[in-house]
Each structure stands twice: as C-alpha cells, then as structure tokens.
Write a protein of this length. Sequence first.
Lengths: 507, 498
Amino acid sequence: MTRTRREFLALSGAALAGTMTPARGDRAIAGAFVDDNSTNGHRIRDRASFPSATQVEKHRIVIVGGGIAGLSAAWRLRKRGVSDFVLLEMNPQPGGNARWGENAITAYPWAAHYVPLPGPKAVYVRELFEDLGVLRDGVWEERYLCQDPQERLFLFGRWQEGIEPSVGVGPKDRDQFRRLEDLFAEFRASGAFTIPMELGLSSTTEALDRLSFADWLRARGVDSRPLLWYMDYACRDDYGARAADTSAWAGIHYFASRESEEKGPLTWPEGNGWIVRRLLERLGTSVRAGQMVHRIEARKTGVSVFAGHTEHRADVVIFAAPTFLAPFLVDGMTPLGDFEYSPWLTANLTIDRLPRTRGQSPPAWDTVVMDSPTLGYVDAMHQTLKTHVDRTVWTFYYALADGEPATNRRMLLQRSWDDWKEIILRDLERVHPDIRDCVSRIDMMRMGHAMARPKVGAIFSDERRRLARNGLPGGRLLFANSDLSGFSIFEEAQYRGVRAAERALQM
Amino acid sequence: MAVLLFVSVLLVAACGLIYELVAGTLASYLLGDSVLQFSTVIGCYLFAMGIGSALSRFIDRGLIYRFVWIEIAVALVGGFSSAGLFLAFAYTQGFQLILYATVIVIGVLVGLEIPLLMRIVRSRYEFRDLVSHVLTFDYLGALAASLLFPIVLVPKLGLVRSAMLFGLVNAAVALWSTFLFSKQLATKTALRVACLVVAAALSAGLIAAGRITAYAEDNIYADEVILSRDTRYQHIVVTRWKDDIRLFLSSHLQFSSRDEYRYHEALVHPGLAAIPAPRRVLVLGGGDGLAVRELLKYPMIERITLVDLDPEMTRLFTTHALLSSLNGHSFQSPRVTVINADAFPWIDSNREMFDFIVVDFPDPTNYSLGKLYTTAFYRAAGRHLSAQGAMVVQSTSPMFARDSFWCIVQTLKEAGLKTRPYHAYVPSFGEWGFVLAGFVDHPAPAAVPEGLRFVSVAGIPAMFDFPPDMSPVPMPANHLNDQVLVRAYDRDWKDITH
C-alpha cells in the first residue's frame, strides 16, 4: 500500500505526539485481562485428561454452549412447554459474544452491542422482542432504540454524522456510491440476500462466493478511496476481516440484506447482554454456567455429554458452541477444514472525566476514526435518560483483521496489557488529546475465535452446509452456532438456535 | 547623559521580558500545558529577537529617528498585546496564530533595540566598556522584570494592565529619547506627537482594562454581575441594572425581573385555573421558584413537588436574600418539596399522580436537553397525570422558532395527549409559546387568582389564537432516536441571528 502525503503527515504527527507524552507523567491506569477462556479451550485442544464421570443425569435435550444460539434454543424449548433440558456453558458467565460487565457507573458490553431492527423475514427475532417487551403492537419501544446522535466519523480533521463518508467526497466518489447502492438494491430485490441467510441462499449467487469482496469491487470499477474505506470498515466491523479476505457474497450480504435503517438499531447500555439477562431470568436453573463439556459420545439410544464429574444422557444434543470445537469433543468426528475465525480485542475504559474532543462534535453512540486500524468505541451511557453525564464507560473494539488469523491470535496473547493499553490510548488520542488524564481503568477481553470469518468459499462450503443441514449421522447431534451461516451476527445465532430446538423436538 | 542612557537600556530590556512573560502566561492560562506554552513562546521570542538583531545591520542612516519609531511600535504592539490576545481568544478561531504572530512581531522589534542603541552611542565609549555597560543594564532590566512580574504585576495589576503599563514605559523611553538626542534629530515634532498619542491610548486602555477583560470573558452580560457560580451542572450568573435582575444559566437568559411575571403567569394560570380542584402539582425544572410562587396562589393545592437538577440553584433561590425575595420565598412554604434529581429518570422511577404538571426546561439546544422533549418523555410524564389533570410545557418561541414550537406540539400529540397551544408576549424574550396537554379538554377558566398583573379571564382566549405568522406548520414528532427538534431549533435560531 502506498501512503499518501496526508497519512504520512498524520503518522509523523502521531510519532511526535508519542515522543512527547511520557514527559507529562501518566496518571496511573488500572486494569487487567478479564474472563480469558483460552486456557479452557486449549485444554480441550490439547486433549488433556479429564476426570471420569461419577454421576449420571438424564434429560430429553442437552444444549452445549450458552451464547445467543444456545440460549435461543432454550428459550424456544420453554415456549414449546418443554423443561426437560439443561444448558451447559463453559464460562462462569453465560452470553458468549453477548456477555456484559458492570461497574459503579454503568453496565457495558464485552462484544455484541446492538441488534439492527429485524426485517419481516426475521420472524423469530421479532417474536423474541415481543416476548421481551421491545416490540409492542408493531411499535418499537423508543427507549431501546439507539438515541440520537448515533454515529460519528472523524476524517480529514473533521467530524461528520454517520459513518458513510460524506466529508471530502467528490462527484466521482458520489457517482460510485450511487452505482454501488443501485447494485445492492438489485441484490436486495433479488431475494437471495436475506436474514436469516438460509432462507434466500440460492445457487444463482454461488459465483459471488468464489472471489473476494475487494476483487468484486475492483471489477465494478470502484476505486473511490472513501468508498473503499467504508466497504472495508463494514467487513472489519461485521466479520473481523479485510474486504480482500472476505467473500464477495458476504460483503454484499452486509449491504443487501437489510432495509435502510431509519430508526434503529436496538441497543442497551450492556449491549446484547440486556437480551441475555432477560433470557437468563426466564430460563432459571436450566442454564448451568462454569460447566466445561470435555467429551460427547454417541450411544445406541442417545448421546452422552461429559462435563466435570457428570455424564448427561440425552435423546438429542444441540451443539451451540463454536463448531470448530466439536471435533475435539465428539468421539469419532472428522476434523473440519472450512471453519475460520477472526481474533478480536475489546476493552472497556472507565472514563472518570469526559475528555476533550478535537473539533466540534456532540458525543455520539459510536465514534469511528477513518484510517485507524481499530473500529472505534461505543459509549455505554449513550442510552441513559439523564441529561447530565460526567462519567461513563467506553467499549473499544479492535478486530485484528490485517494478516493471518493464526498469527494475530498469537500476537493477541503475546502482547502485554501495557502494550495493548498504549495501542488503545494512542488510537484514542487522535481525537481525544487528553484521554490519558480521563481514564482510570482499562479492562480487556482477548477473544481468539471471536467470530466466524466468511472468507472466499465459506458461504457455499459443502462442509458447512452439510453440518447445518444434517448434524452428525444419526441426527442426534444438531449444530446451532452462528458460524454455520458463515458469519456471526445475532440474528443468525438466534435463528440457528431456534431451528435446532424445533428439530430436536421432532425427534 | 550616560546614566540616563543606560537606564533606557534597563527599561527597554525590562519591557521586552515583560511582553514575553505576558504572552507565555496568557497562553498557559488559556491553552493549558504551561511547559509547552512557555517553551514555545520563549523559543519564538528569542528567535525573533535574533531576526531583529540580524535585520539591524540593514539600518544605515537615521539611527536615532528609527530607534524612536521602533520604541513607539513596541509600546503599541507590546502594550496592547495582552488585551488583544484575550479578545482574540474570545472572538476568533485563530488564537494560536495570532499569539505567535504577536510574539514574533514584538521579538523582532525588541531585537532591533539594543543593537541600534549600541551603535548610537558607540562613538562615546570604548568598545569593551560599551558592551560591558549595555549588557549589564540589559540583564539588570531582565532581573527586575522577572521579579516584578510574578510578585507585583500579575497579582496587583493583572495581565492586561501589566502589558499596558510597560507599553507606557516604552512610550516614555521613546519620548525621552527625543529630548536626550534632540541635537541629532532633525524632525522631532512628529515623533513626540506619535509618542503622546500612543501613551494616551495606553492610558485609556489602563482605565478601561477591567471592562476589556470582562468583555473578553463574557460579552453577553451587559449589566453588573452580582453573582457568578460554577456548579457541577451549569454556570449561574445573576446581573443587575437598577431594578432589573437577570438570571443566566450557561449564558442563556432565563428571566428578567422586570417582566418575568408575564412569563410565569402565562405558564401557570391558563392551565391550572381551568382544573376543578387541583391538589397535587409537579414542577419539572423551574429551580428559580418563580412558577411555584404562582402555584401558591391556589389555596386548594396541598402539595407542590419541584424536581430540579441543580441543588446550588434551588439553594440560591431559597437562601439568597435578593433571589428568594423575587420568588416570594416560595421554597420556604410548607406545601413545597424540593427534589434535586435528573428529571427523566425521576419520573421514570416515581409513581405519584399529579393534577397539574409544569414542564419548564431550558430550550432544546442540545441532544441531552432534547431528550426532555421526546415522545418517550411525554409518555412517561403522562403516566403521572390524573385523568382530569393537565400538563403545561414551555415550548420556546412560536415566532422565532416556529418549526420547533409546532414540533413540540406534534410530539405531545404522538405521545397520546390532547394539546392546546398558546402564546404570550414577554418583552425580554419576545413572543413566547406554551402547550397545554392532557387526556380531556378543559374549558377556558372562569376565574383566575386575584392580583395577577398579566393573565386575565378576558385575555385568555386571545392567547390561544395564533395569527398567520405563528400558525401551525407540519412537523414530525421528536423521538429519542431521531431528535428532529434539536436540529429544527438550531436552524430556527440561526435564521434569526445570521
């Protein structure tokens, strides 16, 4: 990549700022890596020995994994009047990518922090939101809709509302924007790009899965720098991958699957953790956290799931944990080749005093800086009804999208908390020069396999579609994770969880 | 002669250092990060002095004449530097540019002074004596200035006056030089007149310095500020001019004691007087207690709950002699309960019912305040309204902010309330708007409390009539997730002020 003069100047400016900051004694910033589940995961990967079972429990259905997919399966079973099931979650806190935290100021998300207003095809999502009082008589509860102003983007030394670049955009860029919008509108009208994706998936679009989104854009004559940045940002934000590493089908799906969002999205201080909390209230003791499944074994008349000292015997097992874990747990399962995941770092910054902002801009829900390798930050106090806010928590998102996931995963674990702290603060200093004086704590979560990565060929992968359709031979082990859609979004996880529950009940 | 000459050197040196210190201090005050500001100001200044010294060799003839002009220029630029920079910070976007330009101009001029002086007197001294004497007095002047500045000048005179005082010293040196070197100067009158003009300007500046600083610090307060308080939530300022007392919150006028009765009578009586038997009243905002004063005119009201964010505000209007006399000591009434809380979360968590609700918030100037004008807020407030009750909302000006006013009306409608908009003329605000909202239609009141100065039974129907220049315009409702009101308000007021 050739650097433009502006980027070079920005870099040297940042370098200069970097050399000057240590002179002003940093205030002490506390914090740690939290809820790091790589140890448990690595024990499974390395096939460590686990204790043998000393007790047996019988259930009609066992759900493995307490993220949105698993919890949605449980929610569906309850709605069908079934209570003879148990959900086993490895972490002490259920929620998966929708986990949340809380401090004296506010609750805050650890990863997924919003749900776009579901379209007419996402019937299960709409049903869930009716259950939770988010949707009443076709009207969305106003206080759960993201408050105004929603997004802001810092580019060319200025702020704009929204993250689709409009500052410094010339007639050529606008023309390309329009052409691309028309193309996306055609794809939308074709009905092949839906949420849930399975409902529209059609072999007529298979060719789009054989090239990258970047190549597809190039072939369409798109060379506008702000437009390419925006397309790339979308891929990093939803898939944790650069446009060059993303299947064109997935890139198009991002833009063609949703109607333009006039009023959304839905969001809460703790992000999608709000939904998890409501589901946990309803599911009670059926959800068991801190239960690491270490082996799944098919039997003549059912399936055994081993966790701790307990053997859970079930008629059917819904495997809602990330699918790549299955071959390490399920006896006799062949290794998988088509499942790849993006590593992410998220950080929650306790802001004791609101920092200054370069230029003029009211605080927004989501703040993005163009040309930053990170995704920006989200303000947990944005949804407050208070008029006066003097402390808050910012959730900072960094998808390690550049380069190979395996390399980045190693880097994610190797870098110290201090290294990451510097990376985060320097990134924020671009727009908040006195951020160091305002932060008292930075907690970080490292997620090696944060979300499915829809690389070229991932969407139409036979392996993925076969597992999604049939589960394992015999049909007593059903898969439900969102990675079976090729990408990790709330609606896909919820759909797969609900569908798995429905199929389990038919057995 | 010799001593006088070297005293000039001392004074000139002191002046030069004072301007440098003034610029550095001012930059630190206004921009923060004193190490950075002082380093860059001193660096620029010394560098500019170097430029001045280098330039001095291009001055061949008329050394004394040019020296006097340079002194006059230093007096003018240096003397007004501080006042100019304050105003530049208050009124322009390019403070730093103006700061460094000023520092460089003064530095170049000061850099010219000593080389020229040395050349002027070189024929009278041995070179080694000359260098020794001039530099000795130069450094003595610097010492004097650096001690005077923090110990006497800043605490006693302040930055604006200090610079002006030393501008006068420069002007005096210039004038004095015209006498000292009167034989060598062909034309003296023009120089002396210029000296006197600059000196007069600086003297006038010294006298007006207080006003300049105040003007720079806040240009909006035309009158004497009698109270100024920074609270956690806002900047409270009370001004007074004769019998007119004005309250400003974060620079926005809240009331003028001359006509606030018009606003508060119009806010309370058209709605409240129409309710058959009001017993409980809620006031949201209104921490000045003036609306409560009007409410207390109804003996059947048993309890008034006022929720205002800022405890300092309600405290001032309870205990401050002058301010509490304005509201008739309304906060001391046993019927009144004051709660300091953020209004939206408070109504969300409270279950009490009220017969009348007064919503008197600051105008929706930003997205935070805009939340208090949304369908979500009015729905929440409506849940506290008894079936026969009414709510009145201060709704900005239907004349100057017509879109905003009708947007608020539409928002109340979409929140499921019946609305009756009205307006009143308040001289210090102009034509002002209110909206009555509730679940039932109320007839016009048959009586209002005695002793009102503005609202009367006969006058009320006219308040509900909107002439064509304020008549309804179609506007969408304001929602938390789409604050059309804040944008409309911004547009409305921009159209008027620009």
